[in-house]
Write a protein that binds this ligand. Structure first.
Ligand SMILES: [Zn+2]
Length: 242
C-alpha cells in the first residue's frame, strides 16, 4: 500500500490464519540515497517480504539499508537473511543495538510472556542476531526521502526509535503506537516494558505534525492522524483527577 510518494506499507501475514493479523513493514524508496526497509518480520519470513518488495517494484538486492525500530522478535526476525541477500547496512539506536547483534540477550519475551505464548520459544530458537552497522541518535536527520528524523521513543523497549519523514509527514511509529482499523491506540501494555516511559514517548510524538501514522501492529492511520495522536497523548499523560 502506497502511503506517500515513494513510501509503501508492506503488510506481511503474521501467521497462517487470517486472525493472526499482519505485521506492517515500511519501505522508503529513494533513487538517490538508496532504498530503506523499516523492520523485517518474524524469522523465516524473508520470502514473503521479498514478494511484497517485488509488488512495490524492487528486489531484496535493491535494499540499501534496514532500520530496526527495536529488538523484538517480530521486527528483527528475517533481518539476518535479508542482509545476507542484499548486503544492506543495518541501523538501530545505540541502546538497542546490543540486543540485536547478540551482545545481550533480547529483553523479550519475558518468562511471563512465554508462559502466555509458548509458541514464541520455537521462534526464539530460530532467531539469528544481526550486526548493526550504524548507531542512531535521537534527533538525527537521515538523508532519506528528503529528510527522515529519528525520534527516540523508549518504553516499549529501552532503545525504541520511531521515524518521521518530514516531507510527506509520515510517522513510522514501530510499536510506540498501535492501531485498529484506522483508530490510533497507545502501546500494548502486556508487551511494553515501561509504560510510564512509553507514555512520555507518545507525548514526544504528539509534538510532530503528522498526516499519516504507520503502526507496525494495526497499520495505517490517516484520518485525523494529528488529532488522534494529540488525544492519545492527553489521555496517556495522566489525568490529575485520576
Ligand atoms: Zn515490539
Amino acid at each position: 500500500m502506497k502511503v506517500a510518494d515513494g513510501v509503501y506499507v508492506l503488510p506481511i501475514p503474521r501467521g497462517s490464519r487470517e486472525a493472526d493479523g499482519f505485521l506492517n513493514l515500511t519501505l522508503v524508496l529513494d533513487d538517490k540515497n538508496g532504498n530503506t526497509l523499516v523492520d523485517t518480520g518474524l524469522p523465516g519470513q524473508e520470502e514473503g517480504i521479498s514478494a511484497a518488495l517485488a509488488e512495490a517494484g524492487i528486489g531484496v538486492r535493491d535494499l540499501e539499508r534496514i532500520v530496526f525500530t527495536h529488538q523484538d522478535l517480530d521486527h528483527v526476525g528475517s533481518g539476518a537473511a535479508l542482509v545476507r541477500q542484499s548486503g544492506a547496512k543495518v541501523l538501530a539506536h545505540a541502546v538497542e543495538a546490543p540486543y540485536i547483534d547478540g551482545g545481550l540477550r533480547p529483553l523479550k519475551p519475558t518468562p511471563e510472556m512465554l508462559e502466555q505464548r509458548p509458541q514464541m520459544s520455537e521462534m526464539m530458537r530460530r532467531l539469528e542476531p544481526v550486526g548493526v552497522d550504524e548507531l542512531l541518535e535521537d534527533g538525527e536527520l537521515l538523508d532519506l526521502a528528503g529528510g527522515t528524523r529519528i525520534i527516540f521513543t523508549p518504553g516499549h523497549t529501552p532503545g525504541h526509535v520511531s521515524l518521521y519523514l518530514e516531507g510527506p509527514r509520515v510517522l513510522v511509529a514501530g510499536d510506540a503506537l498501535t492501531a485498529e482499523e484506522g483508530h490510533l491506540n497507545g502501546p500494548n501494555p502486556p508487551v511494553t516494558l515501561d509504560m510510564d516511559e512509553a507514555a512520555r514517548s507518545v507525548g514526544r510524538l504528539a509534538e510532530l505534525e503528522v498526516e499519516t501514522i504507520v503502526c507496525y501492529h494495526g497499520g495505517v492511520v490517516n484520518e485525523n492522524a494529528n488529532g488522534q495522536l494529540r488525544r492519545l497523548a492527553g489521555e496517556s499523560s495522566g489525568n490529575p483527577e485520576g
